[in-house]
Ligand binder design. Structure first.
Ligand SMILES: Nc1ncnc2c1ncn2[C@@H]1O[C@H](COP(=O)(O)OP(=O)(O)OP(=O)(O)O)[C@@H](O)[C@H]1O
Length: 931
């Protein structure tokens, strides 16, 4: 860590504008001293290497460069939080400060080099500050006071005898006290002047943002604390061209000391009360910031009737700490948080001041926004940093690598602080007090103390002299008056509280009514969602019914088409058959009639399709427009709800605001009560308000969600309803069409029947003719047989000569007879064929007419095609119910039309008759018999 170890190349140097030496009297920069201790036991045990290069292990003023060299790092990582001063290539960084002290520098050296010059300024009438800043455990308390362990144990004994021999570890404050009285007493002896100085001390602690008087025995007593509450206030002192502001602490004890021993006692008393705790990083870690102040009243050399007042602030800050490293939890973590917070504000103040290179007393507008007021620490140090005090900052650091990040941060701040210029003012102008006043103050206090002492000595117990007694009585009366005033204030406050309660009540009412509205909204939401569910259920069931109907309907249409084409195909051969019989007029008529029927049907189906299309393109948009209007009105209702809510909440906020301003405008300056009231407001109103806002938000979101859901379901419902309507309308049209078609069919069938009757009569006529022919043939046959018998008889009688000719004759006759019999059989077959055809035509006729009595009986003998009737298909799709699909359909179709539909669906397939003779099969034609 010596200068020889320091890297000489690529050094980047922190900005420094300071040219003033310590102790100069004009504008002076804050002097920055770095003190680096040796590695402590924990750092050695952790084998954390040294990463700090110092020019000298003892001290360096001429060459005050300090280099951070983390090259020992196994990963050679860059230093993440460092500023531009980091040397990118060599991975080390150099800072320039005013003085550097290494592990070999003892307390004596630090006092001599760092504090002495400042101390001399203090004696000359300047306000001075020594400020120890750095990471926890780096030696701030050690530097300012001494070894904390020794301070607690034998510090008193060290100096009790008034000896001036210091333990080596004794820090700056005891040394200042000793040095002060040395100097003052020497001067006193020399000038032989009893009245030439007066010393007062105070010891202040800032713990968790609370000010505590370390010299006040009662400071922990809350009741007395109310009376003796410490307050920071600013005093404007116009001095020369500078608008100087001094920071004062109201109610802070200041004790006169006449020698250094009294000073040590005060220091020890205060240190005993200071908050310390053991952490992983420091067994005696200070958990608070402390300021030990020595006020010196010293006779002015110019005017012996005036006394200069100068102040020396000896500040020991609590250490910044990484909670993870220090292992702070609960109270320790809270302390660390508060410490770090105040140090952060101090850092910001240093940053801003260093950026402008000036002090807060200059006219620079930018400096008006220095955040001194953001923490009590910065307020207390306002004079010392950027103010009118001569300040030296001692930045304490650890050399170990494990603390590298904190060390870099400390040095960064230290370098920035180095740019801050203070404007120290010698006490001759402003900090002067008339000798007479000072003496009077002192004499009064002395007289009071002496009188108390005398009274106490002359009698047993505690006694007061009369004057003191009267003073006490007067004080007591004063106190009573104060109490009365406080009571009056209390009454006033109660009145205000009443008003506040009324406003709160009002707010509560508003909150209640809003809650009710929210409840109602919730209810209506619930109702809506219930309706929504019901609608969805209905929709679901309707959709399934609709689907079923659609299925059945499409099946029906398919079967209708199929059967129609089959019927056409079946009828055509019959017609052809008629055609073959040369009965062209009838067959042409029939053919024409069927073709008309067919064309008519196709036309109707096309119309149905067109109607469906038209409905979906014309009616659907109008329904959608209607739906949009509905949605718009729903939206408007919702917006009006939201506006209403907002208005209520704004009203509520205004009430709160009025309440706050009303309480703030009041003449009371009792922060405790103010805080109470604000606390009340926070608890009662803000809590309710935020709860209300939270509830409102939640409800609004759920309302929006419900609204979106119902919007979706509404859209779905509407579209489905439209579909349903379209289908129902179409159904009606279809049914009308079907009825028409059915009527047309009946007409056509009637025509057909008439034609059939005509044909039947003609066939009957033919049959009659054929029957008569058969009879005549039979008669002829009988006749022939008789002739034959006659011939046989004659043959028996005639000459045997004629035998041959007769036998021939007989042979011929037998042949003829045989051919006659054959003809007879043929004729019979023809008659059977004709009868069959007649039966077929009759069946067709009956099927077309829809006379169920015969169709039921015949349908059982139908072939596979007739089993595809709609009724059967529906039955197959719903086995549990004999006519499920028809039943479902019936719900959406009016009953008479349904009957027609059923009739059509059941009758149409019967038009198909596969028992008819195949079209190729020609009927046998009856030929006349040749005799
Ligand atoms: N320069 C030094 N020489 C010898 N010992 C030192 C030095 N600096 C610090 N120490 C020792 O290190 C320990 C911690 O020091 P100290 O309590 O002063 O740290 P601190 O910075 O005040 O810590 P905290 O902020 O937690 O109060 C003490 O035991 C102290 O004696």
């Amino acid at each position: 860590m010596s200068s020889s170890q320091r890297q000489p190349v690529s050094r980047s140097i922190s900005p420094s504008s300071s040219t003033n030496s310590i102790g100069s009297s004009s504008s002076s920069n804050i002097q920055v001293v770095v003190r680096c201790r040796g590695r402590n036991e924990k750092e050695v045990a952790a084998k954390s290497p040294i990463v700090i290069d110092l020019p000298n292990d003892r001290y360096s003023i001429i060459d005050p460069y300090i280099t951070i060299n983390p090259s020992n790092s196994p990963h050679n990582t860059s230093i993440s939080n460092s500023s531009s001063l980091l040397d990118e290539f060599n991975n080390y960084k150099t800072f320039k400060v005013d003085q550097i002290y290494g592990p070999q520098a003892d307390q004596d050296l630090v006092f001599e080099k760092v504090v002495s010059p400042l101390f001399n300024d203090f004696l000359m009438g300047y306000n001075v500050t020594v400020l120890a800043y750095g990471q926890t455990g780096t030696g701030k308390t050690y530097t300012m006071c001494g070894n904390p362990e020794e301070l607690n144990q034998n510090y008193n004994e060290e100096f009790e005898d008034g000896g001036l021999e210091f333990n080596d570890n004794v820090g700056i404050i005891p040394r200042v006290l000793v040095e002060l009285f040395k100097k003052l007493n020497r001067n006193k002896d020399f000038e032989d002047n009893d009245d030439d100085f007066l010393v007062k001390c105070s010891f202040l602690e800032l713990y968790n943002e609370d000010l505590r008087d370390l010299l006040d025995d009662d400071s922990e007593d809350n009741l007395k604390n109310l009376k003796r509450k410490l307050r920071i206030y600013e005093v404007n002192n116009e001095s020369g061209n500078t608008n100087k502001k001094s920071i004062m602490i109201q109610n802070l004890n200041e004790e006169y000391i006449n020698n250094f021993n009294q000073g040590f006692k005060i220091l020890k008393r205060g240190l005993k009360k200071r908050k310390t705790a053991s952490t992983k990083l420091n067994n005696f870690s200070s958990r608070s910031h402390t300021i030990f102040t020595i006020n010196l009243f010293k006779k002015s050399k110019v005017n012996g009737e005036l006394f200069k007042i100068s102040k020396m602030n000896l500040v020991d800050l609590a250490g910044s700490e990484n909670i993870n490293k220090s292992g702070a939890i609960n109270q320790r973590a809270k302390e660390a948080g508060s410490i770090n917070q105040s140090l952060l504000t101090l850092g910001r103040v240093i940053n801003i001041l260093s950026e402008f290179g000036g002090n807060s007393n200059t006219n620079n507008n930018n400096l008006n926004h220095i955040p001194y007021r953001e923490s009590k620490l910065t307020r207390l140090l306002q004079d010392s940093i950027g103010g009118s005090t001569k300040t030296t900052l001692i930045a304490t650091i650890s050399p170990a690598k494990i603390n590298l990040e904190e060390t870099l941060s400390t040095l960064d701040y230290a370098c920035k602080a180095k740019n801050i210029k203070n404007l120290p003012i010698n006490g001759q102008d402003s900090d002067l007090i008339m000798k007479k006043i000072l003496v009077k103050n002192l004499s009064n206090e002395l007289i009071r103390v002496n009188l108390d002492l005398q009274s106490t000595r002359s009698k047993n117990g505690i006694f007061l002299n009369e004057e003191n007694y009267h003073e006490l009585i007067e004080n007591s009366n004063n106190l009573s008056a104060n109490i009365k005033e406080i009571k009056d204030e209390n009454i006033l406050l109660k009145l205000k509280l009443k008003k506040f309660d009324a406003i709160t009540l009002n707010n509560q009412k508003s909150i209640k009514s809003l809650s009710q509205e929210i409840d109602e909204l919730k209810k209506s939401n619930n109702q809506l969602s219930l309706e929504n569910t019901q609608l969805q259920t209905r929709l679901h069931s309707n959709t399934s019914k609709l689907n079923q109907f659609n299925d059945s309907f499409s099946q029906f249409m398919n079967i209708l088409n199929e059967n129609l084409s089959l019927s056409f195909n079946s009828i055509e051969p019959i017609l052809t058959n008629f055609n073959d019989r040369k009965d062209s007029t009838t067959s042409n008529q029939l053919l024409k009639s069927f073709q008309n029927f067919k064309l008519n049907l196709i036309e109707k189906l096309t119309t149905i399709k067109l109607n469906l299309n038209e409905l979906s393109t014309t009616d659907l948009p109008s329904i959608l427009i209607e739906f949009k209007q509905l949605f718009k009105s729903l939206n408007e209702t919702f917006v009006s709800y939201a506006t209403h809510f907002e208005r209520n909440i704004t009203q509520l906020k205004q009430n709160n605001h009025q309440l706050l301003s009303y309480i703030k405008d009041s003449s009371y300056d009792r922060s405790g009560i103010d805080t109470q009231i604000e606390q009340l407001i926070k608890e009662k109103v803000s809590g309710q308000l935020s709860q209300l806002q939270h509830d409102f938000k939640t409800n609004l979101i759920s309302l929006m969600n419900d609204h979106h859901k119902s919007y979706d379901s509404f859209l779905n419902d509407s579209i489905k309803t439209i579909n349903q309507q379209v289908i129902e309308n179409e159904n009606k049209k279809l049914l009308t069409t079907s009825t028409n078609w059915f009527n047309d069919s009946i007409n056509s069938i009637n025509h057909l029947q008439e034609d059939y009757k005509l044909i039947s009569s003609k066939i009957d006529h033919r049959s009659l003719i054929e029957d008569s022919k058969i009879n005549s043939i039979i008669k002829l046959q009988d006749h022939n047989i008789q002739d034959l018998n006659k011939v046989m008889h004659l043959l028996n009688k005639d000459d045997k000569n004629h035998d041959d000719s007769i036998s021939k004759e007989i042979m011929n006759l037998t042949k003829f007879n045989n051919s006659m019999l054959l003809s007879n059989d043929n004729l019979k077959n023809v008659i059977v064929d004709v009868n069959k055809n007649l039966t077929t035509i009759k069946n067709i006729d009956k099927s077309s007419m829809g006379y169920t009595s015969t169709s039921t009986s015949t349908s059982t003998s139908r072939n596979a095609r007739s089993s595809l009737s709609p009724a059967r298909i529906t039955k197959q799709s719903s086995p549990k119910n004999s006519q499920p699909s028809n039943n479902n359909n019936q719900k959406s179709i009016s009953s008479p039309t349904k009957e027609n539909m059923k009739l059509i669906s059941s009758k149409i397939p019967k038009l198909v008759n596969t028992d008819l003779p195949p079209p190729q099969k020609k009927r046998k034609i009856l030929h006349p018999i040749n005799h």
